[in-house]
Design a protein. Structure first.
Length: 408
């Protein structure tokens, strides 16, 4: 994913409506101003004209997240999330500088047209600015190569996309690889490898044999199948617990670490009892009851109110998880070792990233974990809970890109 220069835009009184704030129509203008400013700082505002094409907006979606008023300074980030032959897609996010509140997000699809309005291939200079092509319809639509591999009595589904530094995405509980869909679609310079853990998504669900060591050995089988010796390992929550086990058992496989919304401590006695209770609920009432129980705490309050489609996606993801997979994962988490003693021994570059409103792995816990890992970096994502990659995909992808670019 290519980033265009980030710019600050002040909100002027004349842009605001009768209520005194920016409305969605005004955001279109602010985002456009930011794009021009971005070009002015990069290749020049005349880059399209001198290449003989014009970027016509074919579709614009504006998400209004919070009010902005005259005098507010908005920091606008712009990312290229897709580049085809004639078209490209930009995502823009405006965050208020004063309090880091996410104010608005936009997605815009452009088609390069010539002087009589015909779609025309993106000229060389602009192609360089936008970064490499992100593939045809297949790779955009979420269909990377889906491998099926044998590992320890299970068949694992593994999505593999792109080329470059390998990044292994390990999902949490009770989710599947689709929780990384935005990162899989947009981190175009990297080889993205995303398995469904045994018992999740499109992988098979054996009746028993679930443990952190089994999941970690499965990841080694995944890397082997992808032809990768070492990878940057990015684990969210239970994916982080599996990543700690991978570090203990197969340290040479880990080139760098990204720990999202996770913690190093083992379960307390109370936590273990809760695992057993949830397993019993799954067995008696099914995955839908588990979704109902978990959903309130999984997502930030802002996600529950402003992003019903994300709530629905998470619900569906949990509901399609098999009961055997849910129970197996609960037992594996209940019995997992404490990883706090491992933290000071970590010697690979590490990014610790969490939602500012994560009620399961709180920012304070994450910050303490980061402080125990030598040289690690820590960041929180505003307006995100435990599933920050789905709740604030742009902000997460941007953090990942910044970190990954220091490793290449
Ligand atoms: C997860 O997202 O993987 C779970 O919240 C982990 C846990 O329950 O400890």
């Amino acid at each position: 994913m290519t980033a265009l220069p980030t710019v600050d835009c002040t909100v002027y009184p004349y842009e605001c409506d009768a209520f005194g704030h920016l409305n969605e129509a005004a955001f279109l203008a602010v985002f456009e101003r930011a794009r021009w400013e971005s070009l002015a700082r990069g290749p020049g505002m005349d880059v399209f004209r001198r290449s003989g094409v014009w970027p016509a907006v074919r579709k614009a979606t504006i998400d209004y997240r919070a009010g902005a008023y005259p005098g507010d300074v908005l920091r606008v980030e712009t990312l290229v999330t897709h580049r085809g032959t004639t078209s490209f897609t930009l995502k823009q996010a405006a965050t208020r500088v004063r309090d880091s509140a996410l104010i608005s997000e936009a997605e815009l699809v452009f088609v390069c047209i010539d002087s009589i309005g015909r779609a025309t291939p993106i000229p060389e200079e602009i192609a360089r600015l936008l970064g490499p092509r992100t593939g045809g319809a297949g790779s955009r639509a979420g269909a990377g190569d889906l491998l099926r591999i044998e590992a320890g009595g299970a068949e694992l589904a593994v999505e593999i996309r792109g080329e470059g530094l390998p990044v292994l995405f390990v999902h949490g509980f009770p989710f599947d690889r689709s929780m990384w869909k935005h990162q899989l679609a947009t981190l175009a310079h990297y080889k993205r490898i995303a398995p469904d853990l045994r018992g999740a998504g499109a992988s098979t669900a054996p009746d028993d044999g679930y443990s952190m060591s089994r999941y970690a050995d499965d990841l080694v089988a995944v890397l082997e199948a992808a032809g990768v010796e070492r990878a940057v390992v990015c684990g969210l929550s239970m994916g982080g617990y599996v990543t700690f086990e991978l570090l203990r058992r197969h340290p040479k496989r880990v080139q760098a670490l990204i720990l999202c919304d996770t913690k190093a401590e083992a379960d307390s006695p109370h936590g273990r009892r809760e695992r057993d209770e949830l397993a019993a609920l799954a067995q008696s009432a099914g995955a839908a009851a588990v979704a109902e129980r978990l959903l309130p705490a999984l997502l930030a309050p802002a996600t529950h109110t402003a992003q019903p489609e994300v709530v629905q996606q998470v619900r569906e993801m949990i509901e399609r998880t098999s009961v055997a997979g849910i129970v197996g994962a609960l037992h594996a988490m209940r019995d997992r070792p404490d990883s706090t003693a491992l933290l000071p021994q970590i010697r690979v570059p590490t990014l610790v990233l969490g939602g500012a409103d994560d009620a399961i792995a709180s920012p304070a816990v994450m910050q303490a974990m980061a402080a125990a890992i030598p040289g690690s970096h820590f960041a929180t994502i505003p307006s995100a809970g435990h599933l920050a990659p789905l709740e604030q995909p742009l902000a997460i992808s941007r953090r990942l890109t910044d970190f990954l670019s220091t490793l290449a």
